[in-house]
Ligand binder design. Structure first.
Ligand SMILES: [Zn+2]
Length: 161
């Protein structure tokens, strides 16, 4: 009898205490956004907005783990001379606007262009020196991505509290 009482208590309370899945993870598990999709976005951005930036080494892009705070990163493997762009797994969610994903990829591409995590000469002392990324995106005709990101970020920050 004790056993059954415990069992029903478990069934009744567990879903409220700790849901087995959220709507976000359902959308992500059904998402059509994968690493090939990311590569297509990178290719689109590079060939249309960064076409004067020569690719001097292999550049890879992939989704990483689900991260709410680190949306993208670029790292350089000095030995292999490869650059690796990683985008948060959160962006597999189709509710995240495509411009926000593009903004993150283009941001990392700016670092590559400025010689951070790439074999190119460094153009600044620090990767985010004096708003250089935002300026670079605007100068390349990607001001609409800056704008879309700001709009999204304002709402997203509210959802974090
Ligand atoms: Zn950055």
């Amino acid at each position: 009898m004790t056993y059954f009482a415990k069992a029903s208590y478990y069934i009744l309370t567990m879903p409220q205490l700790k849901p087995y899945f959220s709507l976000t993870s359902v959308r992500i598990s059904k998402s059509l956004r994968g690493d090939n999709w990311l590569l297509a976005r990178l290719d689109y951005l590079w060939s249309n907005y960064f076409n004067n930036v020569r690719q001097v080494n292999p550049v890879f892009i992939k989704f990483g783990r689900f991260s709410r705070y680190r949306l993208g990163s670029i790292r350089f493997d000095k030995l292999a001379k490869h650059s690796y762009i990683t985008i948060t797994g959160m962006f597999k969610d189709p509710l995240i606007p495509i411009q926000v994903v593009d903004h993150t990829i283009a941001h990392e591409l700016c670092h590559y262009t400025h010689g951070f995590s790439s074999p190119k000469p460094r153009l600044h002392k620090y990767p985010h020196h004096g708003g250089v990324i935002k300026k670079e995106l605007s100068a390349r005709g990607l001001g609409h991505l800056n704008k879309a990101y700001q709009v999204w970020l304002k709402e997203y920050r509210k959802s974090l509290h």
